[in-house]
Ligand binder design. Structure first.
Ligand SMILES: C[S@@+](CC[C@H](N)C(=O)[O-])C[C@H]1O[C@@H](n2cnc3c(N)ncnc32)[C@H](O)[C@@H]1O
Length: 399
């Protein structure tokens, strides 16, 4: 390792110094890389080191020559570790990051270099906190500055913005759909509706942030694993579970919503607002069908349901843009494949068959017009997801 390779040039208290380790990895034996021809110095890392060495204790570990990472971690105890990589290094580097996080999870980890610039997705891993694109000197300098100040990393130029790059336009779509759905329970509350039922609630905070929501019963329905996490978060944030909440656990792919509702003591009230946001693409066609039929059985005429869906062409691959390819691949990589979709042209008859009346079906164009243009905001909105507002034909109307 370069011993004290880059000393701060002015006097700083020892305690103020962060320890920063920059690693040049070795390549796997079975690959051919530049170092098979010539062992060049880790020049790129030297530039990156120079960008922060005035303020912190920076060392470079060249693992092509010194493979003892464990020894260096034990001695130097770095707060921040950056590793550069060519394509031949990708697997090695991912393994190094895993070892680093296993050693000390709070160490900030950053991947950079040629491969990260060309295919940043390859470094998407729970063991890698940040991915820098391009030259990286100023990006890394800013990362270190913010870490030192305890600030977040959003908006650093040259940093791979995970959400927006892996799932382009999704953030804009999420914000607009949240606004649209927020208006549903608020409207329901204003009109004095009896229940708000949120299916696939995830970490949705509507039951705790919509004004006046505590005056109604909020029913959160979710997969058991997701609901367990939600309860842990709620207890941590609120000190307990709210009195106006009822929690129902159900795996819609395997269990019947009706049974789960009955066994939880759910009592449908006269007017219910159902919300099913960002869920239908994850479950089977049979589960979507059964769930909508259960809801429509429960629903009176004054009940509404708002739910999102993905265009079927995106799901089956027959009509996917390049950006949508990335979104679908990203969901797949996360172990949450998209498997169900609908065509807008089919929505009305699809709902009618299940005893529901379409009120409106809208998407990116309407979002832009309603929420962005009027506010003078420019934001990309995901075109592949739409939202449906429907109401029950109802027991009364059916009779
Ligand atoms: C992307 S999250 C959406 C969370 C929330 N509605 C939102 O928009 O922020 C997908 C939700 O669908 C739920 N989900 C996925 N598969 C499910 C299944 N088979 N049964 C019940 N819920 C499921 C997950 O538990 C998760 O809460």
């Amino acid at each position: 390792m370069c011993q004290r390779s880059c000393f701060p040039s002015h006097s700083i208290e020892e305690d103020d110094l962060m320890s920063i380790l920059l690693i040049e990895p070795s390549k796997a034996l079975v690959t051919i890389g530049g170092e098979d021809v010539l062992m060049y110095e880790p020049l790129a890392l030297e530039y990156v080191a120079a960008g922060t060495a005035d303020e912190h204790d920076v060392q470079i570990l060249d693992m092509r020559l010194e493979p003892d990472l464990e020894g260096v971690l034990g001695l130097f105890r770095p707060d921040v570790i950056g590793i550069t990589a060519y394509t031949v290094n990708v697997k090695t580097v991912r393994r190094l990051f895993q070892a680093i996080k296993a050693w000390r999870p709070e160490t900030l980890t950053e991947a950079g270099g040629h491969h990260a610039t060309m295919v940043p997705e390859d470094f998407v891993s729970p063991a890698i906190d940040l991915i820098a694109l391009g030259e990286g000197v100023f990006t890394f300098q800013e990362i270190v500055r913010r870490r030192d100040k305890g600030e977040g990393f959003d908006g650093i130029p040259g940093l791979f913005a995970l959400g927006e790059q892996l799932t382009p336009d999704v953030m804009g779509g999420l914000l607009c759909r949240m606004r649209y759905i927020d208006d549903a329970p608020s409207g329901a509350l204003e009109e004095g509706w009896g229940q708000v039922v949120i299916m696939g609630a995830g970490l949705d905070t509507r039951p705790y942030r919509v004004r006046g929501v505590e005056t109604t019963q909020v029913v959160e329905i979710d997969h058991p694993a997701a609901q367990t996490l939600k309860k842990v978060c709620l207890r941590r944030a609120l000190g307990g579970l709210p009195a106006h909440g009822l929690f129902i656990r159900v795996d819609l792919d395997r269990q019947c919503l009706d049974d789960a509702m009955r066994s939880s003591g759910f009592q449908p009230r006269e007017r219910i607002c159902f919300i099913w946001e960002g869920v239908t693409q994850y479950i089977t066609a049979e589960a979507v069908d059964a769930t909508l039929r259960t809801i429509s059985r429960i629903m009176g005429v004054e009940t509404t349901i708002v739910f999102t869906y993905i265009w079927r062409g995106i799901i089956d691959g027959s009509a996917r843009s390049q950006a949508e390819e990335r979104i679908v691949a990203s969901a797949h990589r996360l172990g949450l494949p998209w498997i169900f979709g609908l065509e807008p042209v089919d929505i009305r008859p699809y709902l009618a068959e299940r005893g529901l009346l379409l009120v409106e079906d809208l998407g990116a164009d309407e979002y832009r017009e309603r929420y962005l243009a009027s506010a003078g905001r420019r934001m990309n909105v995901f075109e592949g997801e739409r939202i449906v507002l429907a109401r029950g034909v109802g027991k009364h109307a059916q009779a």
